[in-house]
Design a binder for this molecule. Sequence first.
Ligand code: NAD
Length: 279
Amino acid sequence: MEHFADRTAVITGGASGIGLATAERVGREGMNLVIADIEERVLETEVARLQADGFRAIGVVTDTADYDSVKALAARVADEFGDVHFLFNNAGVGGGGPMLEPDDMDIWNWTLGVNLYGVVHGIKAFGGAMVAHGQDCHIVNTASMAGLLPTPGLGVYTASKYAVVAISETLALETADTNLGVSVLCPGFVRTGIAESDRNLPEHMAATLEEPTAEEEMLRAMVRDLVSGGIPPAEVADAVLDAVRQNRFYILPHPQYGTQVAARGVRIASGDAPLGWDI
Ligand SMILES: NC(=O)c1ccc[n+]([C@@H]2O[C@H](COP(=O)([O-])OP(=O)(O)OC[C@H]3O[C@@H](n4cnc5c(N)ncnc54)[C@H](O)[C@@H]3O)[C@@H](O)[C@H]2O)c1
């Protein structure tokens, strides 16, 4: 995609972290910004700040796990700005637990709802119209390095992100001859609010939340440390914009993990057991 000025970007999970940094980045290219997020108060604050900084931005409270909510977002964007040129399906939550845990289906449903179905809903609610308007446009879906390498203790998160890589690859192949570019973003650790994803738990889950076990607390502390030692979200935003400009598919803002990804392919082809992501 070459033209950004006066075109329209829709960014889910745009009130914080990678989404917010990318909104600012493409806003500096002159794009209209539609920030969609479930966290209403933070969304209002960030959109007001963006507007005060001179960006053309609106906020739309959206639950990406709910298809009706994403369809309502698409209708609102069409009313406000018309065609969409950049869709960033980025909203996500970090959840986890061991695969053998028998009673964590709420965590599975919530995480797959936001991380996987959120991306599916975005593609289905916006993608057809983006191809139909015929102008240069691009979809970026946020996966993770955990979408390319096995990550023990984070089974559901890993499953959701592998699936985002899979549907992004499929979409790219299906739309290769169109005006729509597609990329998948696979970062390692980035300094954002992801370790505090529980702030967005659905009400029925928040109400019955139990104290974490010692093992869960250890895993959370480790993730918090890794996230706070991660790269700044602005670096990821730069990588996203570069990939959209150059129509590159895989976006790996942490190139140091590339050899592990390549080694996984070799192990698959030779039938060897998986190795976990060496962080
Ligand atoms: N931070 C990292 O280390 C890292 C690494 C790899 C991938 N990611 C991915 O990056 C994406 C962005 O996360 P982040 O790291 O910026 O975290 P973040 O918590 O700072 O931002 C996530 C945003 O998504 C919003 N959100 C959560 N549930 C939502 C829902 N149902 N509907 C709409 N919005 C919702 C949150 O309110 C928040 O604003 C996620 O998909 C995450 O999985 C993050």
